[in-house]
Write a protein of this length. Sequence first.
Length: 211
Amino acid sequence: MGLRVLVVEDDGLTRSSVASALRQQGLSVIGEAASASEAMKFAALGHPEAAVLDLDLGIGPNGADIAIALRRQNPAIGIVVLTTYDSPRLLAQQAPDLPSRTVFLRKRDVQSITDLTQALQTCMEPRQRGVISKPGLAEQFTDSQLSILRAVAEGLTNAEIARRRNVSERAVEQMMRRVALRLELPADSSFNQRVQLTRAYLEMTGNVTRQ
């Protein structure tokens, strides 16, 4: 019997597809969970050696929360986060840090099931340290800048963002300009900067496809 794996993904089709592909590779999928509560029940009963976790599970605990809980339950468990997001920091303003030896794998980087099985092998290596991840666009920005991008994508005005952050509108405008420069967006007045900032944020979360 192969590695015992728990799959946690809120999208039913993706969850069953990943689980089926892992079984075809000889791994033993001990549970397919759609939420944190289901995941922890499967973990308590099935004692997985590794887990494949989506990051965004909707309302409630996210994949990072589950990763931390699983590692507390079993310090040796391997963890792969399989997500559309460029970074856990995009999910929430104060997202918890992923445990050491977590492989952070973007879905768009997965070309075949081999990529996922290799990630599982990597996360089981005890000598690994830190989070194993390819650098994404989000890593170019500070938490504050990502917070601004998130607020723009939510449709908040500069005044609303300023009130939320307890800063001046001018400070918000300056930060937006710095983000736009980092993204190399045009600076002319005919260009709708907010639309492009929103698109950049959605690209980093995997909600629109990069061109």
